[in-house]
Ligand binder design. Structure first.
Ligand code: NDP
Ligand code: GDR
Length: 340
């Protein structure tokens, strides 16, 4: 019998890769999104799986919509990926973030509890929960110290996942994933923003673009590999929490240096603080400037994960290092580049 998986957030980066992975594993995939008039989903279309998914409308703010979908299908596994996922926006929309990213998970857990407690649940927890870090390398047991409404909403959902596991014996698992990127990454996130910006400069569509804090450091992995870890977590005998990360950390500036080097751009950094910029060595023309509008009211300076438990228990390990990931993203950006 085919297993049925429900993915919330099917239109996002991880939703697309996870759907592709589960379809290959012969799952029936139900993908939920919040649109009444569904616009073309470029990610699913790019992966060639748009017509292999059963779509259902499910706004995470509406428990009746959630209940309707859960009553309609016999579901084995739920991957809760939907969220207001942009940390920057969570400062300007904290209530919406709490409602969707935090309470959205509770609505699903309550639905599972009342309709079918045998459904396995995956919660998309985040390294942002570690925030202003309290341990050099973050593990499953590292204390949380969130720094944004987004991270606080994720902490709420993370603890609820544990609570429903312990209180109701529900198979509720949390994957604490560190940043993972790909050509399908949303354009507002810094890695894709940088790559789009550099490609547009090379194509002479723009002269320069602006960033915020280029000294923040992140542990970046490849999204396509990370979704496999989600599935592996739900195949274990017991629900648990797992860190998924590469164990290496780089600054935004390092990322830019790797990307410009791969693109063979002859550039250098000049100036300091808000005046720091990236310029062409010869012409001195500016490519990247700093704009305080992209700084966050409260920043997470450095994250670096220890995924030893996932390596041991899930037999999962990262395969793509940052330089390779940048190459994958740039090659795809150029391949699908369309001048506006
Ligand atoms: P995306 O931002 O690409 O996708 C988020 C998805 O949530 C989109 O499909 C979006 O739909 C949907 N969504 C947003 N608001 C609602 C709502 N009110 N009702 C229903 N659906 C909604 O995120 P990613 O794919 O990158 O990440 C997946 C999950 O993993 C998220 O929960 C994120 O917070 C978490 N995470 C991500 C990490 C990363 O590095 N990518 C790391 C750790 C955790 P729409 O297309 O309509 O906007
Ligand atoms: P993050 O990713 O906040 O880690 O959340 P993002 O790419 O937005 O920021 C990473 C770091 O880059 C700095 N930065 C900028 N960020 C953006 N977006 N735009 C800029 O111009 C810019 N300049 C500097 C940020 O300040 C930050 O330090 C992502 C999301 O996918 C979350 O959903 C997920 O939970 C975490 O990763 C793990």
């Amino acid at each position: 019998m085919k297993k049925t998986a429900l993915i919330t957030g099917i239109s996002g980066q991880d939703g697309a890769y996870l759907a592709q992975f589960l379809i290959k594993k012969n799952y029936r995939v139900i993908g939920t999104d919040r649109r009444s008039a569904r616009s073309v989903n470029w990610r699913l279309r790019r992966l060639g799986i748009e017509n292999k998914i059963i779509f259902e409308e499910m706004e995470l703010g509406e428990i009746y919509e959630i209940q309707r979908v859960f009553k309609k299908y016999k579901i084995n596994e739920v991957y809760n990926l939907a969220a207001q996922s942009f940390v920057g926006t969570s400062f300007s929309s904290p209530l919406n973030t709490a409602n969707i990213t935090g309470l959205g998970s509770l609505r699903i857990l309550e639905t599972i509890r009342s309709i079918d407690p045998k459904i396995k649940f995956y919660q998309a927890s985040s390294s942002e929960m570690f925030g202003d870090i309290l341990e050099k390398r973050q593990k499953e047991k590292t204390p949380l110290n969130p720094q944004s409404p987004y991270a606080i909403a994720k902490v709420f959902a993370h603890y609820l996942t544990k609570n429903y596991r312990n209180s109701y014996n529900i198979f509720a698992t949390s994957g604490i994933l560190f940043n993972h990127e790909s050509p399908l990454r949303g354009e507002e996130f810094v890695t894709r923003k940088i790559i789009i910006g550099l490609v547009k400069i090379l194509k002479k569509e723009i002269d320069y673009f602006e960033l915020g804090n280029i000294y923040a450091k992140r542990d970046w992995g490849y999204a396509k590999e990370y979704v496999e870890a989600m599935w592996k977590m739900l195949q274990k005998k017991k629900p648990d929490d797992y860190i998924i990360s590469t164990g290496k950390t780089y600054s935004i500036k390092d990322f830019i240096n790797f990307a410009t080097s791969y693109l063979r751009m002859d550039v250098k950094w000049v100036g300091k603080g808000l005046k720091e910029k990236l310029v062409y060595k010869k012409s001195k023309k500016t490519l990247i400037k700093i704009n305080p509008k992209f700084f966050r009211p409260s920043e997470v300076n450095i994250l670096i994960g220890d995924s030893a438990k996932a390596k041991k228990d899930l037999k999962w390990r990262p395969k793509t290092d940052l330089k390779k990931l940048i190459k994958i993203m740039i090659d795809d950006e150029i391949k699908y580049y369309v001048k506006l």
